[in-house]
Design a protein around this ligand. Structure first.
Ligand SMILES: Nc1nc2c(ncn2[C@@H]2O[C@H](COP(=O)(O)OP(=O)(O)OP(=O)(O)O)[C@@H](O)[C@H]2O)c(=O)[nH]1
Ligand SMILES: [Mg+2]
Length: 673
């Protein structure tokens, strides 16, 4: 459908745990709607989605897949998001521009917990959503058990709208509860109508009544009908379901098997009737629909290998044509996207998701219009939880590598590239090891840049525990002018966190005024690397006395004397290693809290306490202090304990003395470098 009303356009985000079958479902949808004529599979690596080399190599989605197709005259764009938590930024970006979401999951009740973060994200965003229970071809569990487990993970009421028909061990079809019609799956095509099996009549009646009861909570007329023991007819039931779902009150559950294309038509029909028009999402985003000048928002930009930069954008308002100037740049290429394939478009309107060519300055999340524009809310960016130190394999490539990483960050703001001054390392920060390895592969695949990565160094510091008075003299006689500086200093420990303080109490000009800053500079110079090899903190140095020579004294000489006094004095001050301690808040499902407790303890952590996670039924937040040296792979262990759903936030807390064998090992290891 063309025209500007945009009612015939819908954008659906496909979300859900990794390997649940989102990309396979996208493939099945594209096949069922005729966008492709041959269906690829994940195994063969020939699906429309996951076309990038990084995704193909891993047989998983590593970034957003976009595909637009047509179903019964309506335009549908699917935003197939990677399931791995490490790439969740793309999912969050997609939600900004979606009209609804389909959460794809596996049919095992034990895995239902994995849906919790995404269901939470959707209900917080107020986005209507559906659950597609995939892989029903290999399901053996009763569907009601799964629904109960899923309900535990969802704040919104779930409405099972189909019952699977089971023949022996296999699911062979389903009963559509609103219409009370039964269908048999036909792999490779649309399901065929059949009779409701005799043995299922009671179960079907019961399930339909439960569905209607849940809907009636949001619809008084339906409630009255049910109280009078009347059951609505097919079309009435559909209408109730559609309007209540569109408003986001309930979450319908649809079952199927993407690989066999089972349930795909049912899902598409639901999308057609139960997803609100594009104006609803526009209003939710805060778009002023009374204007007419074009307004678009970039959901994600891609720096493609051959086509330059392409920005995937949602048109919120007005019409967009190729060549239009948005912000300060001119669109060079307007595309309909089908995975890696870009087809030229003449025009796009409200509700469309299109590719915009060569908007070099537009980052992920940016709002653009023909004139000045207020930025619409962007997806939140999670705090990074994992870092690798990164260097160009070829030193001559350093500038190129940092330029290429900047481009990756434009696409994916959950990556960060920062210089750690204390350890003099460049750190690539992100959401996990795979996230960073994929980033490194992209550098290689797109720009031919090889990088080396290693575990980041910990920014240890050192301090002193004893006060010492030190006298040092720097004297050099070389022909004409000599060098002479003589200082007395008191070195004292300061409380943790005070930093460095320099004072002087010189009387009678024993160290002339003009040379005192030079002494301070010499002292400070030495603090960069103390006796143990680390920056020295929390010390006070007082210049108490000294001597000078009328000809040979100079700033240079006093600076050297200051440094000498520190290098001779500090080792006598009982130096001690300080390690950074972070405050960490770990959130996990409550039944796993005690196991996470042991993880924290085994990493020399100190548990401060735990509390229920506000607004997250059945979750805890565990607060702890952990040495930074134990943090590197913490996220990996937490995720493996929690089916991937556990997370944490962190911040620097304090420096703490480290002694004994661990301290010796640190000093030796750093000295060896
Ligand atoms: N038995 C069965 N397997 C399926 C079905 N759908 C997908 N799979 C398999 O599940 C695996 C993962 O499929 P994908 O489509 O890549 O899953 P995904 O959700 O996109 O995974 P990520 O993008 O990595 O999160 C593949 O091996 C598919 O062949 C299905 O209906 N039945
Ligand atoms: Mg995928």
């Amino acid at each position: 459908m063309s025209g500007n009303s945009g009612t015939g356009r819908r954008t659906i985000a496909l979300l859900g745990p990794y390997t649940s079958g989102k990309t396979t479902l996208l493939e099945a949808i594209l096949f069922a709607t005729g966008a492709i004529h041959r269906k690829g599979t994940a195994k063969e690596g020939n699906t429309v989605g996951d076309g990038s080399p990084e995704a193909r190599d891993r047989q998983m989605s590593t970034e957003l897949n976009v595909a637009t197709t047509t179903y019964l005259d309506d335009t549908f764009t699917f935003l197939d998001c990677p399931g791995s938590i490490e790439f969740s930024q793309d999912g969050a970006n997609a939600l900004v521009g979606a009209d609804a979401a389909v959460v794809v999951c596996e049919p095992e009740a034990a895995k239902a917990i994995m849906l919790m973060p995404v269901l939470r994200q959707l209900s917080d965003a107020g986005l209507p959503h559906f659950i597609f229970v995939n892989k029903m071809d290999r399901s053996t569990e009763p569907i009601q058990d799964l629904v109960l487990a899923l309900q535990e993970a969802s704040e919104k009421p779930l409405v099972l709208r189909q019952l699977p028909i089971i023949d022996g061990e296999a699911v062979t079809g389903y009963v559509d509860l609103p219409s009370l019609r039964a269908f048999t799956y036909k792999p490779g095509g649309a399901s065929e109508a059949t009779e409701i099996p005799d043995g299922m009549a009671d179960e079907v009646a019961q399930a339909r009544y439960e569905m209607l009861e849940k809907l009636a909570d949001f619809d008084d007329s339906l409630m009255e009908q049910l109280l009078e023991d009347e059951e609505p007819e097919q079309s009435d039931a559909y209408n109730h379901l559609a309007s209540i779902t569109r408003e986001g009150h309930v979450v319908p559950i649809i079952v199927g098997a993407a690989e066999q294309e089972s349930g795909v038509n049912r899902l598409l029909k639901a999308m057609r009737h139960e997803v609100p028009p594009p104006s609803t999402a526009a209003e939710r985003a805060g778009v002023d629909l009374s204007g007419s000048e074009p307004l678009v928002q970039i959901l994600k930009s891609f720096n493609t290998q051959h086509g330059g930069k392409v920005s995937v954008a949602r048109v919120w308002r007005g019409n967009v044509t190729d060549g239009l100037t948005l912000g300060s740049e001119r669109i060079s290429g307007l595309f309909k996207i089908l995975g890696q394939q870009m087809d030229k478009l003449a025009e796009a309107g409200p509700g469309d998701i299109v590719g915009l060519g060569r908007l070099e300055e537009a980052d992920t999340g940016t709002t653009l219009s023909t004139g000045e524009v207020e930025q619409l809310p962007k997806a939140p960016v999670p705090q990074p939880v994992y870092a690798l130190a990164m260097t160009a394999a070829d030193r001559n490539d350093e500038v190129k590598v940092s330029g290429a990483i900047t481009k990756l960050i434009e696409e994916d703001p959950s990556l960060r590239f920062e210089h750690e001054d204390d350890t003099n390392q460049w750190l690539l920060w992100g959401q996990g090891e795979m996230h960073l390895r994929v980033a490194a592969d992209r550098l290689k695949n797109r720009s031919g840049l090889a990088v080396n990565v290693e575990r980041p160094k910990v920014p240890y510091k050192e301090a002193i525990r004893k006060a010492v008075s030190q006298h040092s003299r720097y004297k050099k006689q070389t022909g004409g002018h000599g060098q002479f500086g003589d200082v007395h200093i008191d070195i004292k420990p300061l409380p943790r966190g005070t930093g460095f303080q320099f004072e002087e109490k010189v009387v009678g000009g024993s160290v002339p005024r003009q040379f005192i800053p030079a002494v301070a500079a010499g002292v400070q110079d030495f603090l960069h690397k103390g006796p143990l090899g680390f920056p020295v903190v929390d010390v006070s140095v007082t210049l108490t006395d000294g001597q000078h020579h009328a000809v040979d004294s100079s700033e240079m000489a006093f600076k050297t004397a200051g440094r000498m006094a520190m290098s001779e004095g500090l080792p006598k001050c009982d130096p001690v290693l300080l390690e950074p301690i972070l405050h960490v808040d770990i959130s996990v499902p409550s039944e796993l809290t005690s196991r996470v407790n042991s993880v924290v303890s085994s990493r020399r952590g100190q548990i401060l306490g735990f509390d229920s996670r506000p607004g997250w039924h059945g979750w805890d937040i565990l607060s702890a202090q952990l040495p930074q040296s134990e943090m590197h792979d913490l996220i990996i262990e937490i995720r493996s304990l929690t089916s991937g759903v556990g997370t944490f936030t962190w911040k620097f807390d304090h420096l703490q003395e480290l002694q004994g064998r661990l301290a010796e090992e640190v000093v030796e290891a750093y000295a060896a470098e």
